[in-house]
Write a protein that binds this ligand. Structure first.
Ligand SMILES: NC(=O)c1ccc[n+]([C@@H]2O[C@H](COP(=O)([O-])OP(=O)(O)OC[C@H]3O[C@@H](n4cnc5c(N)ncnc54)[C@H](O)[C@@H]3O)[C@@H](O)[C@H]2O)c1
Length: 282
């Protein structure tokens, strides 16, 4: 019988949350702490929520990522990873965005896999922006085959018009393709589950940073069928926590839209995406 929220399986467990200093990652870290987990946060800024450990790390800096992974190995076995860190492209440019959102994040996760418990869970944050991942799959698989971060960066820089674009959409598509592909080997070898969520616009510092480029009219015209309002960080933290729970033993390699029905509505014609045409501020 499931024993209340302890049934989710986080009490006494060791978890690592990237991006745990703000927004969705902060909400994940706070809720996991309340569920009795030992929460270790990796972020470029210091966390405000209670935590068992904090590792300052810029995920765009691969030497820092390797050093952080080395330090986190002392926690082994780690039970759950929540890679939540990420940023929009216009803050520090498309390439920096790709380095943080995909290349540095993947490096950290891959460095930590040997330190994960058998049966561990990894749940990360992609985006609704990745909903076109299928049409770029061939190119994404090419990039996925490059595990060395510097080589991956060089590959992107060799054809930025195709391989980088805005740096955000591509990085989020890469996360989706990586999760769906790597879940099989992680499951077969270690029973580790690997999943992703795809949020719609959510009220966090990320959206405040985007206010310079996204018009308010665009955000106001976004359809929010399930909540009737823009999502909060907590609205995204819960599906991530539920997805990574051992109760979901049969769920891996999944990309779960946590977008209030936006992607499915657009794909089936229930939502007309033409309102997005005027999304950018002039
Ligand atoms: N807010 C949205 O509308 C939205 C929508 C879809 C997806 N997302 C994704 O959700 C995730 C969480 O974002 P959020 O909305 O909570 O924003 P946020 O800005 O509140 O949180 C992002 C966190 O990532 C950290 N971070 C940024 N750059 C970093 C770096 N170089 N190294 C280490 N940490 C770094 C930040 O310090 C911050 O704590 C991101 O991956 C973002 O792409 C956000």
């Amino acid at each position: 019988m499931v024993q209340g929220l302890d049934g989710l399986g986080y009490r006494g467990k060791t978890v690592v949350v990237t991006g745990g200093a703000s927004g969705m990652g902060e909400a994940v870290a706070r809720i996991l702490g309340e569920l009795g987990a030992l929460v270790h946060i990796v972020d470029i800024q210091a966390p405000k929520v209670p935590h068992a450990g904090f590792h300052a790390c810029d995920l765009s800096d691969f030497a820092q990522v390797r050093a952080t992974a080395e330090a986190l190995k002392a926690l082994a076995p780690i039970d759950f990873l929540f890679p939540c860190a990420g940023l929009p492209p216009h803050v520090k440019g498309a390439l920096y965005c790709m380095r943080v959102n995909y290349i540095g994040t993947r490096l950290l996760v891959e460095q930590l896999v040997p330190s994960l418990a058998d049966g561990a869970g990894i749940a990360l944050i992609s985006s609704d922006a990745a909903m076109g991942w299928q049409k770029n799959l061939a190119q994404s698989l090419e990039m996925l085959a490059i595990s060395d971060p510097d080589e991956a960066l060089a590959w992107v820089e060799a054809d930025p018009a195709k391989r980088l674009r805005d740096g955000y959409t591509t990085s989020k598509e890469m996360l989706v393709v990586w999760v769906q592909n790597a879940a099989v080997a992680l499951g077969n070898s270690r029973r580790i589950r690997f999943n992703a969520i795809g949020p719609c616009p959510t009220k966090t510092a990320f959206m405040e940073q985007s206010a310079d480029v996204l018009s308010q009219e665009f955000l106001d015209s976004w359809p929010y069928p399930s909540l009737g309002r823009i999502a909060t960080a907590e609205d995204q933290a819960w599906p991530l926590i539920l997805l990574n729970s051992p109760l979901n033993g049969a769920v891996t390699g999944s990309f779960l839209y946590t977008d209030q029905g936006f992607a499915s509505g657009v794909m089936t014609g229930a939502i007309d995406p033409s309102f997005m045409m005027g999304s950018q501020k002039k």
